[in-house]
Ligand binder design. Structure first.
Ligand code: PHE
Length: 358
């Protein structure tokens, strides 16, 4: 190998050893720089004769071109490597699923309440909400529950500060106070309509529209075990008119249960019972004909004909108006519908349990 070929070869090796663009520039200086090998060889030609200069110059130029080509090749290789490294570092897997927001959902008892509202809504029932902190007038007295009734005892109810006319003093033990609250408003609105019509000289106003309402919500009692929680839900139902009968209550409630449980052959039983605010009173039991609970009677609601004293407290004449009320437990309905056997699961807030109802 002649001297020039050896020079080109050592430039190639030098460039190949440069791992970074900066190393490469240093290596370049050694061969192509001002005091690099090629420049030195050019200078060395000054001493040569004309003929020799020509051939020597051409040979040096060839070597210089070869070194430049090697340099460019290595430059490009380093740039490519740098780009590859960068692409690798910034790699983005577009096939990965995106980060999603946690998806919430309704609580199983809320799902039941929505269902109850939809079914009774389709039967012409209004939906009303009322206060959870009640006065004993609405919770007991107006509902024909006397002062000395055991339901009023400290052991059965959560009392709070207050207790004057204006200050409610207990956590409602049932949704029945909504019977009075709703009916009183309904009667008032009707009377206002009649008065307004009369003022305009219109005396032929139609009679009062029937009261048909459900009132779902939270209720409280001093009870706590697998089937009782100190906070639980109830849904009241009230139907008052001039011509309503127990038969209507039976039809409506049977229809509701069959729709709610999607079970056309479900059977209902009205078992005589006692509530101070209804007379006669009945517990409503249901019986599934199929499935794991088939044949067992399960209590789902209390009900009865609204007591005349309660009708009076609604502002109506019990000689003309008759009504039926029921109070059911949406928590219980939820347990039956989904086959859950411990009520406390609903209120522990464990997402592993709750997310199963979505
Ligand atoms: N309020 C009663 C209870 O909590 C249920 C009920 C409601 C009974 C309406 C009769 C009529 O047990």
């Amino acid at each position: 190998m002649n001297e020039l070929d050896a020079l080109v070869e050592s430039a190639r090796t030098g460039f190949a050893q440069a791992a970074t663009p900066a190393d490469l520039e240093n290596a370049k200086a050694r061969f192509l720089g001002k005091s690099g090998r090629i420049t030195e060889l050019m200078k060395g030609m000054a001493a040569l004769g004309v003929g020799e200069k020509k051939s020597r110059g051409a040979a040096i130029n060839l070597a210089k071109q070869a070194i430049e080509a090697a340099l460019n090749e290595r430059r490009q290789a380093l740039l490519d490597a740098e780009l590859q490294a960068q692409l690798k570092a910034e790699a983005l897997d577009v096939t990965l699923p995106g980060r999603q927001r946690g998806q919430g959902g309704l609580h199983p008892v809320s799902l039941t309440l929505e269902r109850i509202e939809a079914i009774f809504g389709s039967m012409g029932f209004d939906v009303a909400q009322g206060p959870e902190i009640e006065s004993d007038w609405f919770n007991f007295t107006a509902l024909n529950t006397p002062e000395d009734h055991p339901a009023r005892s400290m052991h059965d109810t959560f009392y709070v500060e207050g207790g004057t006319e204006a200050a409610p003093n207990l956590l409602r033990t049932h949704t029945s106070p909504m019977q009075i609250r709703y009916a009183v408003q309904h009667v008032k609105k009707h009377r206002a309509r009649v008065d307004a019509a009369k003022a305009k000289g219109d005396t032929g106003v139609a009679g009062m529209p029937e009261i048909r309402v459900i009132a779902p919500g939270r209720t409280y009692r001093v009870d706590s075990d697998a089937t009782h929680s100190p906070m639980f839900h109830q849904c009241e139902g009230l139907w008052v008119g001039e011509n309503v009968s127990f038969k209507d209550l039976k039809v409506v409630f049977t229809d509701f249960c069959r729709t709610f449980f999607e079970s056309d052959d479900l059977v209902l039983r009205f078992r005589p019972s006692f509530f101070p605010f209804t007379e006669p009173s009945a517990e409503i039991d249901i019986q599934f004909q199929q499935g794991p609970l088939a044949g067992r009677w399960l209590e789902v609601a209390g009900s009865g004909q609204v007591h005349p004293n309660v009708v009076r407290n609604m502002g109506l004449d019990p000689e003309h108006y008759i009504g039926f009320a029921f109070g059911m437990g949406p928590d219980r309905l939820t347990m039956l519908r989904y086959g859950v056997n411990d009520l406390r699961l609903f209120f522990d807030g464990d997402i592993r349990f709750l997310s199963q109802f979505q």
